[in-house]
Design a protein. Structure first.
Length: 167
């Protein structure tokens, strides 16, 4: 456990069957004082699209922050950014909000699915804590361009990233 002593709000935009597992593992690893969740609606302007712009969610996440240190959004829809075909997640460190997509993380193996979601959540939260992408292939902060790359890395920060967190 890292003991960041932060207040984390998780915003879901769908019914997330693995939400409690994600909340528990994130809280256990990061040592957040509180991990609460609330459901919100999709940005209405984008509902007709199969793939959604991740940036469209950020204003909603910022508006719901209300006293929390950080906000993590979770959505089932596939996400993209204008310069990328898809993203597994995106962070906006200046506003202390991030979002992950479960669309490409699904697996018939439930434990693998949960593990992937936890890795992406901890990765995006790492950006909010000030961490950049890491060169260590096993570090959760390693950039993942594919789910195979997500599967390869651990769900924890490497020693170098842990040292940066403690500064």
């Amino acid at each position: 456990m890292i003991n960041l002593h932060c207040k984390l709000l998780i915003i879901t935009f769908d019914e997330i069957d693995i939400l409690q597992k994600i909340k528990r593992r994130v809280k256990e690893y990061l040592g957040c004082d509180s991990v609460d969740n609330k459901t919100s609606s999709y940005p209405k302007a984008r509902m007709r699209f199969i793939q959604l712009n991740a940036s469209d969610f950020l204003p909603t996440l910022v508006s719901l922050k209300n006293g929390y240190d950080f906000v993590l959004g979770i959505v089932k829809a596939d996400l993209y950014l204008p310069h990328l075909n898809f993203v597994l997640g995106v962070a906006h460190p200046q506003e202390s909000v991030c979002i992950i997509s479960l669309a490409r993380l699904r697996s018939s193996d439930r434990q693998q699915y949960i593990g992937r979601a936890v890795k992406e959540a901890i990765h995006e939260l790492g950006h909010l804590f000030g961490l950049d992408h890491c060169n260590d292939p096993k570090c959760v902060m390693r950039f993942s361009n594919t789910v195979t790359e997500t599967d390869f890395k651990d769900d924890k920060y490497c020693e170098k990233c842990l040292q940066l967190l403690q500064k």
